[in-house]
Ligand binder design. Structure first.
Ligand code: ADP
Ligand code: MG
Ligand code: ZN
Length: 476
């Protein structure tokens, strides 16, 4: 029997407002434990929350950027549950009247475009953090994250593979970064996804029973969790069992998921309207203003790169996949009009080094202008392509301008003919066999001799000149 996987994602993004959702505590990540909190975000009796207006604006931006309808009237609700990371014993969230609904984003997997529906986006508060690992004798809790604003973006069950799930989260992340409502740092937990997944025989209309895996915080773990859970459900069905609706914990180290608890229903949470907060009423004009102020989104930017810079669709897609990368590209292009070279350096050496050094784009230790300068040095013939690659590595170590590195280390191309003649003579003397080979018609020997001469000058010789001199000397 052939099976089809059905996936719906619930993505949580921490909003990058300065203060928390209902108090003026900072939202800054980390900090000494329990120092970013106050009676409000720790749920002391008798306190009153006040909604941070920026949270509403950021969530509306996210809704507009994902083609949602924005509710002119919405409200907040209490979602009750008892857990030590939640001192209020309820999370203020939104239940039946979310801020945004019925949107979509487009993804592309292996050249095929597809539209993924967004059911809703609502605002809510984050919980604290439990620390089990470091203390064998007990669990400690840090409430700094309590009350950090979140948006939860719920997708329709439109996703059909691990690749589509990855593409969806990548696109969503890019959009949220572009509109600057979240820093989307997955390793710090500011963007995390819950994966709802079921399987059904191919061709069947009804969905199968789903499980939910919570808090996946890397693309790799999303892909692996989807693949493993798909297989687990198929095996379960094939061996005559049934899939149980439950919440599972994905262990990324072991590559397996464990049943955590049976799935709770909405009534388990005893949702009711938050009595301490008034409904959120938005004016049409205000929503319109937020919409007009939206920056260029990834899709539009990609199209512009193709039209304006003549980049291939593939290159434009990669460059615009992150706002920071696209900004870096544009900054470099504004200083050097060799667009194709800028794009090639970014897509090739830059991405490779970032990966090797495990760096994010905003951790590049030099301004984009320095990349423009490096390309300028090559185009003017001051340095060779081979030397340029070495200089680029050095820029990552020192953060220095390539013009400075080239000067300091004397890396300019040697075009002094007299000096190069000496080099060539020396090479011919020490390689009599290759000279004989060349004279007996073996063309390959010429290339070897060029290589030796370049090596002798540590890559700095002007290659055209070396070629010319070598020919002349061999003719003699
Ligand atoms: P809950 O309120 O219990 O979280 P929802 O109906 O809001 O459930 O759905 C949560 C997520 O699960 C959504 O992203 C939705 O697309 C997805 N989903 C719902 N049914 C299925 C299913 N049968 N298989 C896979 N995903 C599903
Ligand atoms: Mg849910
Ligand atoms: Zn507080």
């Amino acid at each position: 029997m052939e099976y089809e996987v059905v996936i719906g994602l619930e993505v949580h993004a921490e909003l990058s407002t300065k203060s928390k959702i209902y108090c003026s505590c900072t939202t800054e990540f980390g900090g000494e434990e329990n120092t970013h909190c106050c009676p409000i975000c720790t749920g002391m009796p008798g306190v009153l929350p006040v909604l941070n207006k920026n949270v509403v604006e950021y969530a509306v931006k996210a809704g507009l950027a994902t083609n949602c309808t924005i509710a002119e009237f919405s409200k907040q609700d209490r979602k009750n549950y008892f857990y030590p990371d939640l001192p209020k014993a309820y999370q203020t969230s939104q239940y039946d009247l979310p801020l945004c609904k019925e949107g979509y984003i487009d993804i592309e997997v292996e050249g095929e475009k597809k539209r993924i529906g967004i059911t809703r986006i609502h605002i809510e508060e984050d919980a604290g953090k439990l620390m089990h690992d470091e203390w064998e004798t007990g669990t400690l809790v840090d409430y700094n994250r309590c009350g950090v604003p979140l948006i939860e973006i719920v997708s329709e069950p439109d996703i059909r593979s691990a690749e589509e799930a990855k593409a969806y989260v990548e696109n969503l992340k890019a959009i949220l970064e572009y509109i600057e409502v979240s820093d989307c740092k997955m390793q710090e937990g500011s963007l995390r996804a819950d994966v709802n997944l079921s399987v059904r025989p191919k061709g069947q209309k009804e969905f199968g029973t789903r499980t939910e895996m919570k808090n996946l915080n890397s693309f790799r773990s999303i892909v692996r969790a989807v693949e493993a859970e798909t297989q687990r459900q198929i095996n379960e069905i094939e061996s005559g069992g049934v899939v149980v609706q439950e919440t599972r914990r994905w262990d990324d180290n072991k590559g397996v998921s464990y049943a955590m608890r049976s799935k709770e229903e909405a009534h388990d949470y005893r949702y009711f309207p938050e009595p301490d907060l008034v409904p959120i009423v938005l004016e049409k004009e205000w929503i319109e203003k937020v919409k007009e102020a939206l920056p260029e989104l990834p899709d539009a930017r990609r199209k512009r790169y193709i039209a304006e810079f003549g980049l291939p669709e593939y290159d434009a897609g990669i460059l615009t996949s992150s706002k920071r990368l696209a900004d870096f590209f544009e900054e470099a292009v504004s200083k050097n009009s060799n667009t194709k070279a800028v794009s090639n350096w970014i897509m090739g050496d830059l991405m490779r080094i970032l990966k090797e050094k495990n760096l994010e784009v905003d951790q590049i230790p030099f301004p984009a202008e320095y990349l423009a300068n490096l390309i300028g040095l090559i185009d003017k013939g001051t340095i060779s392509g081979t030397i340029a690659k070495k200089v680029f590595e050095k820029m990552f170590d020192s953060g220095k301008d390539p013009q400075v590195i080239v000067k300091e280390e004397g890396l300019e191309v040697v075009s002094d003919e007299g000096a190069l003649v000496e080099v060539v003579k020396k090479i011919l003397e020490s390689n009599p066999q290759s000279v004989a080979d060349y004279k007996s018609g073996k063309e390959k020997a010429f290339g070897f001799l060029v290589g030796q001469a370049m090596k002798e000058t540590r890559g700095k010789a002007n290659p055209q000149l070396i070629n010319k001199i070598l020919k002349e000397e061999l003719e003699k």
